[in-house]
Design a protein around this ligand. Structure first.
Ligand code: SF4
Length: 222
């Protein structure tokens, strides 16, 4: 197979074109790429995203119906009995830390935002348990605001493999990604990279022979 490789360090315009090409291919492959956590409100997405740390979305989706029913508002989360919440989320791992974060989150939302989830990066990252990655998930999906690119383990790995960044630090990698693609596409870029990372470009054994990006990927093994 003939490869068209864009090496890091080459002109920015080439890297932008490379990003556009691979993004177009991934969008064709995953036209309905979306966040795979179940939610109906910004608060539910925030709770689910905090629970998804070090846990699969599938596992989180198994516990959240019970959590959302028991704690439908920030006030109810603020007033949660820690032992009861721990029991509900135990299977997601790190359940004691997550319980502390969720109760502190409920209190902060009630005290600072009248129980509502704020829709700005500056306010979101001040909340307990919320970093830039989580804030980007909420802004991009619950509020349809492209403030940044979600850089989770899949996005970070694929961005390096595809030659979009050399940075392994998520915040620095995010800056590179934001500079390579239109702002309107920031949320969807993360979705398609996560879909591809979960289905083809696995961490240990990427399926390069099945990959739609093989001919333009600097890390392809074929
Ligand atoms: S060619 Fe291989 S390394 Fe590159 S994106 Fe596809 S699966 Fe990943």
């Amino acid at each position: 197979m003939k490869k068209t490789i864009v090496k890091l360090g080459r002109r920015k315009s080439l890297r932008v074109a490379h990003t556009r090409e691979l993004y177009g291919r991934l969008r064709s492959l995953y036209p309905d790429a979306h966040v795979e956590l179940d939610y109906t409100t910004p608060l539910e997405l925030l709770i689910a995203t905090i629970l998804s740390a070090q846990c699969t979305d599938k596992r989180v989706n198994m516990v959240t119906p019970v959590v959302f029913k028991a704690f439908p508002t920030a006030q109810s989360l603020a007033d949660a009995d820690p032992a009861a919440l721990e029991d509900m989320i135990r299977s997601t791992g790190f359940f004691r830390n997550k319980t502390r974060s969720l109760i502190a989150l409920g209190k902060a939302l009630v005290e600072r935002h009248n129980g509502k989830v704020p829709d700005s990066m500056a306010e979101l990252v001040k909340l307990p348990g919320v970093g830039r990655k989580t804030a980007n998930v909420i802004l991009g999906n619950a509020f349809n605001k492209n403030e940044g690119v979600v850089v989770d383990t899949h996005v970070g790995r694929l961005a390096v493999r595809l030659g979009l960044t050399r940075q392994t630090d998520p915040v620095k990698a995010e800056q590179d990604l934001m500079s390579l693609i239109d702002r309107d596409d920031w949320t969807m870029l993360a979705h398609v990279l996560i879909f591809h990372g979960r289905r083809v470009c696995f961490a240990r054994s990427p399926k390069c022979t099945l990959c739609t990006l093989a001919e333009i990927c600097p890390s392809s093994t074929i």
